[in-house]
Design a protein around this ligand. Sequence first.
Ligand SMILES: NC(=O)C1=CN([C@@H]2O[C@H](COP(=O)(O)OP(=O)(O)OC[C@H]3O[C@@H](n4cnc5c(N)ncnc54)[C@H](O)[C@@H]3O)[C@@H](O)[C@H]2O)C=CC1
Ligand SMILES: O=C(O)[C@@H]1CCC=N1
Length: 237
Amino acid sequence: AEAVVVVDPGSPVVPAEVELFQALPEGAPPPDVVVLAVKPQVAPAALAGLPALVGPETIVISIMAGTMLAELAAFSGDAITVRAMPNTPAAVGKGVTALFANGLSDDARVSIEQLFARTGSVVWLEAENQFDAVTAVSGSGPAYVFRFIEALAAAGEAAGLPPELSEKLARATVVGAAALAEADPRSPRDLRAAVTSPGGTTQAGLEALDADPGLPALVRAAVRAAAGRSKELAEGR
Ligand SMILES: NC(=O)C1=CN([C@@H]2O[C@H](COP(=O)(O)OP(=O)(O)OC[C@H]3O[C@@H](n4cnc5c(N)ncnc54)[C@H](O)[C@@H]3O)[C@@H](O)[C@H]2O)C=CC1
Ligand SMILES: O=C(O)[C@@H]1CCC=N1
């Protein structure tokens, strides 16, 4: 891009080459791409000036959880409108972004894909209603993994390790397991089996992890709750 500007009345930290505006600039030429990243609840007030700013070639990409394309039309004037659900590992090029739009030209599709490919991998959804589940899995998912690191560190402490050592081990274990899951083509199930010696320590640990209600049931409940909240946001609650 020739220039990247951020519009935020708060005081976000932005790179030196990025210009920061307190409010949408008036009378500026139409931007190529606009990314909407405010909370859905403040969107109506924050984006009131957007239709006047964009042109028919502008691509407006919303990352707002639960805001439907039909609602975005009110904010995006003549622009091409796209919904995206990225996640925070994008900050280190390891994100995954789900995208959806109606009737995009091939050119627009390619430039949107290239934009998000800079932050990690990209998937196109088949239907907009997949966003609730996608948001619950990959949008919120990094927080579940960080929660797991916290829990593993706390459990190590409870088992007698000094806090710093336990956190170091827990963090490095999740980082290492994630890197292995990325590099090794085996399924997560097979990777798990490779750690689990019959009758050994891992098997004992996994049996406790899966005991009632068990990790799969807990994770299912978490995804159901997050997807439910995404639906509520879509209904303006
Ligand atoms: N945090 C995450 O992992 C993800 C968040 N999202 C979506 O991104 C959006 C923002 O979420 P967060 O970054 O977590 O929230 P946040 O609260 O960290 O960021 C919101 C930003 O909007 C700014 N803001 C408030 N009023 C504004 C206005 N009138 N004009 C311009 N900027 C304004 C705030 O100063 C703040 O910097 C939400 O819609 C969320 O659904 C989507 C994918 C992942
Ligand atoms: O918590 C949220 O609502 C946003 C959407 C996905 C991740 N964070």
